[in-house]
Design a protein around this ligand. Structure first.
Ligand code: AMP
Ligand code: GLY
Length: 423
């Protein structure tokens, strides 16, 4: 069969790498893809929300299935667009419709959903201009630090954590006045939770589900988890504190009620559910839902999935995921992200990446890269995700670090302390 992957990052390269291993794949298309995906399939120069061009490409290339990597086309309704089109409606889309995607697209919707389904989460209040006074009272009733979240998608920047009450009240007003555009016309104020975070991934056909390998990602730019937030500087799977007992609690208190809640709302959710959660002294609390796989977690998780991913996606499409087998490698997978100097602030693009051919025993997933002639050039803040699988975390990390030391581009940077908190 022919599969089209929507997206252009390390996650999409990792999906392409995994799908390419399936005997069921004829042609792989990636829109728009990057220099890494170009080696595994055909990149199509189409924007992820240009649905009419996607439609044309799907029909011209006889695409049998579409896998959506990022959240933006899901929230914008790519699945609904397919269902509403006579010629596309029978082509499965892996990823929820826009109603289901609200679990990620609206923090207020997600919190209401968690509350309705008794899923453990931080206390909250949704505030808009009409109830600002209640919002201020709610902040005054809480202890520092204060967590303010833009309701809508804000490219990962919509969460503020503020130490001081008067500053929090000021930021609340600024957010309601358009600090994050219309994404912050509603703000969710949350109680601050203390604990260690991890990412749990579930693939579902709307009724049945499979729990994929969990991962921990490293969001801060600096060593020791310091400095600005990024899209992710690396990931490790498995996560030692996710014991089978902890996972059972996640399944019983979060996964099962989420699938049941979706069914009760009449949402036929076909795709990935990503539970971003906090381990608070052994009890899981849900921080957020995403309706897609994580990046860079996918670049580690895909290395541990031994089963045919196409078979699992067919189960999602046909509603018989329970009949499919998911085999997970017990080894440890790590991915170390190499970024452009300056990221997540200003950084330059267009630097030549050298020595990719010297990499041994790791897989280099491309994130922000593009081809120019035979050169691979940097084309984003996060440039490469160097993934390794080994018997231990330390072994996997040293493989990735050894290979990164061989690779070179001007002003490259990476964190050399991944896993420091898991030892
Ligand atoms: P989000 O965009 O919802 O993932 O939030 C970004 C980050 O803010 C999370 O990964 C957490 O580190 C932090 N965060 C969000 N909500 C809370 C909370 N209620 N308590 C503590 N930290 C939080
Ligand atoms: N790594 C977190 C995310 O993909 O949102």
């Amino acid at each position: 069969m022919n599969i089209l992957i929507i997206g252009s990052g390390g996650r999409e390269h990792a999906f392409a790498w995994k799908l390419r291993q399936s005997k069921k794949i004829d042609k792989l298309y990636i829109a728009p893809g990057n220099a890494g995906t170009a080696g595994l399939g055909h990149n199509l120069e189409i924007d992820t929300t240009d649905f009419s061009s996607i439609r044309q490409a799907v029909l011209e290339n006889h695409v049998d299935m579409v896998l959506v990597g990022p959240e933006i086309p899901l929230v914008a309704g790519i699945h609904d667009f397919f269902l509403a089109d006579e010629q596309l409606k029978n082509i499965p889309v892996i990823g929820p419709d826009s109603y289901g995607a609200r679990l990620e697209g609206s923090k207020e919707f997600a919190k209401e959903f968690m509350l309705k389904n008794n899923i453990p989460t931080a206390k909250y209040l949704a505030v808009h201009r009409g109830n600002l006074d209640l919002g201020i009272k709610f902040l005054e009733s809480m202890q520092a630090p204060y967590v303010l979240k833009a309701d809508g998608l804000a490219a990962g920047k919509g969460v503020l954590i503020i130490e001081n009450l008067s500053e929090a009240i000021h930021s609340l007003q600024e957010m309601l006045n358009g600090l994050f555009g219309s994404a912050s016309s509603t703000v969710v104020i949350e109680e601050f939770l203390t604990g260690v975070e991890c990412s749990i991934f579930v693939l579902t056909d709307g009724t049945h589900y499979k729990i994929l390998p969990e991962a921990k990602d490293y969001k801060r730019i600096g060593e020791g988890d310091t400095g600005l937030n990024t899209g992710g500087m690396g990931a490790i799977s498995p996560v030692p504190f996710v014991t089978s007992e902890f996972m059972r609690a996640v399944e019983e208190r979060m996964v099962v009620p989420t699938i049941r809640g979706l069914q009760q709302e009449g949402i036929n959710f076909k795709g990935f559910l990503f539970f971003g959660l906090m381990n608070c002294k052994g009890d899981p609390f849900l921080i957020e839902y995403n309706v897609r796989m994580g990046d860079p977690e996918t670049e580690a998780v895909m290395m541990r999935i031994q089963s045919d991913l196409v078979g699992l996606f067919e189960g999602v499409a046909q509603g018989n995921l329970d009949e499919k087998e998911l085999v997970i490698d017990p080894k440890t997978a790590v991915t170390v992200v190499v970024v452009a100097g300056g990221y997540p602030g200003y950084y330059e693009k267009g630097k030549i990446i050298r020595n990719l051919d010297l990499v041994e025993a790791s897989v280099v997933f491309h994130a922000g890269t593009r081809l120019e002639g035979r050169d691979v050039l940097t084309n984003g803040g996060r440039v490469l995700a160097v993934s390794s699988l080994a018997d231990s975390m330390d072994e996997a990390l040293s493989l990735s670090y050894k290979n990164i030391e061989a690779i070179f581009f001007d002003k490259m940077y990476y964190r050399s302390d991944l896993g420091f908190d898991l030892k």
